[in-house]
Design a binder for this molecule. Sequence first.
Ligand SMILES: [Zn+2]
Ligand SMILES: [Zn+2]
Length: 288
Amino acid sequence: MKIKFWGTRGSVPTPGINTIEYGGNTPCVQITKDDGRYLIIDAGTGIRALGKEIVSNGVQNKINLIISHSHWDHIQGLPFFHPLYFENYDINVYSYAHQGIEGFEIFEAQWHPLFFPVKANVLKARIKYHAIDENNEYMIDGFKVATKKMNHSKGTLGFRIHGAKDIVYMTDNEIYFDADSPFSLQNILEKNKELIEFCKGCDYLIHDAMYTVKDNIEKIGWGHSNNISVLQFAELAEVKNLILFHYDPDYTDKDVDKLFNESKNYIQHLNFKINCIAGKEGQEIVIS
Ligand SMILES: [Zn+2]
Ligand SMILES: [Zn+2]
């Protein structure tokens, strides 16, 4: 099994010389089983390169895409996802069932002429939309996926993919903390019990680490987390590997390096057991 990161940036794509190391594309993660079946999580701009690879390799014609929520940075790559334009692909899209708004409306709205030059009727792939909900469990092409509501805009889901190794994907999510004592483990525990339980003992947690504590204090209620809260959260949930993700678009590679180094020092200082990894576009993690 492996995890590949096609986009790790939050909010908006950030190409340029200052984001080469961690990448500028918005969220897209691919989880592949040893037999070749794969699950794509989120359709940020990172999905464009993944789509080109799928079409050029031509191996797996069944595509499963689960969407955490419909904010632009999580769906904007979809019109540029190459397999949609070929008839030999079966594409299943799983997204939250908003009352009165169907998944296809959210996605196909992107092919409206005000946003995109070609109409949705040029899509040749067979696309099926599936409504999913919080606190549920789904079998998706051999992947057992549990869902949970995130602390973010309505309809944002986090996913726990159960298997020989469990992987949790939680972005965008605001870990609640007390701005007066941001380093209190007890506070994090009390304010985030249900989500800590959801992540309990997982092997990999991919989590929103958008800000430093300082920047987060100015943006409480925006639906994102700081690196220190995420470390505390992961330690309390007995996570084995924490992958920092969804970086602030204003952060350069040097800023993310600083965030990552601060995280590693904090782990060492407090004797935490988690292994911390900074998610990078193009990075592949092979899970034994
Ligand atoms: Zn986002
Ligand atoms: Zn969002």
